[in-house]
Write a protein that binds this ligand. Structure first.
Ligand code: IMP
Ligand code: MG
Length: 182
């Protein structure tokens, strides 16, 4: 007997809804960072699609960088950030905008804030496409939030479940059901 999982996707945010919200967020960022030449730091892997759409809405002078980390195992936040890959750009006195796909417990972003703070930037702002306020386990001010959602697990538009579903252009709630095959 093989125990398999059936994955059920329910639409949450369409491609059009995401595009519209990114345009709104971008116009705020364009205003607030005019003449500041910020560095957008994308958090890989999940944030890559959001960042690529967001950066193309920027009308101001800005730069781009990435940090790669890992803190999730399946659907559970491990609270432990692992495998940091960052090519130490000089960020002293620069305005940083950390770009996340989703903030859940807040442990990852908290780790990143501490990681960058000691490198003495002029400021650090956070932009996240999604936020699960009910799951947040730390005190945190998030500067720009695309959508607040319930604590369900979501996939698509860069977000994965065990590396799957990143390619979907919309965001879905994922339910995993046990399926028994004889
Ligand atoms: P946190 O440290 O618990 O805030 O989780 C942050 C990271 O976990 C995010 O950057 C995502 O990569 C991942 N994550 C959290 N919730 C979800 C989800 O619902 N779907 C996919 N990835 C998630
Ligand atoms: Mg992430």
């Amino acid at each position: 007997m093989i125990d398999k999982q059936k994955e059920v996707l329910t639409p949450l945010f369409s491609k059009e809804m995401i595009e519209k919200r990114i345009r709104e967020l971008s116009s705020d960022i364009n205003l607030n960072f005019a003449d500041k030449n910020p560095i957008f730091i994308g958090v890989l892997n999940g944030g890559f699609i959001f960042l690529s759409d967001l950066i193309r809405e920027m009308k101001i002078e800005c730069e781009l960088d990435f940090i790669k980390i890992n803190s999730y195992d399946g659907k559970k936040s491990t609270g432990q950030v692992e495998n940091i890959i960052y090519n130490t750009t000089n960020i002293e006195n620069r305005h940083l905008i950390i770009v996340e796909d989703i903030i859940d417990t807040g442990f990852t972003i908290n780790f990143l804030l501490n990681y960058f703070k000691i490198r003495k930037p002029a400021s650090i702002s956070i932009v996240t496409l999604l936020h699960k306020p009910k799951s947040l386990k730390i005190n945190l001010t998030i500067d720009y939030i695309g959508f607040e959602i319930s604590p369900s697990f979501v996939v698509g538009y860069g977000l994965d479940y065990n590396q799957k579903f990143r390619n979907l252009d919309s965001i879905y709630i994922l339910k995993t059901l046990r399926k028994k095959n004889n």
